[in-house]
Design a protein. Structure first.
Length: 153
């Protein structure tokens, strides 16, 4: 029997939370959610999660601290982290990946693309971040804009 995978969504936008939850539960994932950084970290520590999907900047979590805070927790070191943010600067992307994110996607993002990357990360074994990024296929439109729009996989 296959183990059920759990994803924690840390996103302040209720519309995105709803759409992402619907898509991920439709794929068979258990979904937990939080709209702020402190709540997300507490939820991650209480649940066995396989993937954390987070906005880079969350309310009540300080600037960009959820990725770093999660990586400091021994129980979360193996959890994959996907940052999905409307912050498209190279500095933000670099910070997130250096702090421990496994992938970084820029909003707005098509739901299908988010689900594709989330499924790949949530079901991956203990691959290095570089191996994971290399194994995530870029779509044709992303190939053309990969170096200019800030999306990093």
């Amino acid at each position: 029997m296959q183990q059920q995978r759990t994803i924690l969504l840390a996103e302040p936008d209720a519309r995105l939370l709803d759409a992402w939850r619907t898509g991920l539960t439709g794929m068979g994932f258990v979904v937990r959610e939080s709209t702020d950084g402190h709540g997300a970290l507490r939820a991650a520590l209480r649940s066995e999660i396989n993937l954390l999907i987070t906005e880079l900047y969350l309310p009540s979590g300080g600037e960009r601290c959820l990725v770093r805070a999660a990586r400091r927790e021994p129980g979360l070191k193996r959890v994959k982290i996907l940052v999905v943010s409307d912050h498209a600067s190279a500095d933000d992307r670099h910070w997130a990946l250096t702090a421990g994110a496994d992938a970084y996607l820029i909003k707005p993002i098509r739901l299908g693309r988010l689900l594709q990357v989330a499924a790949r990360l949530a079901t991956s074994r203990q691959q290095s971040r570089g191996e994971l990024r290399a194994s995530l296929p870029l779509e044709h439109a992303e190939l053309a804009s990969h170096s200019t729009n800030g999306e990093s996989l």
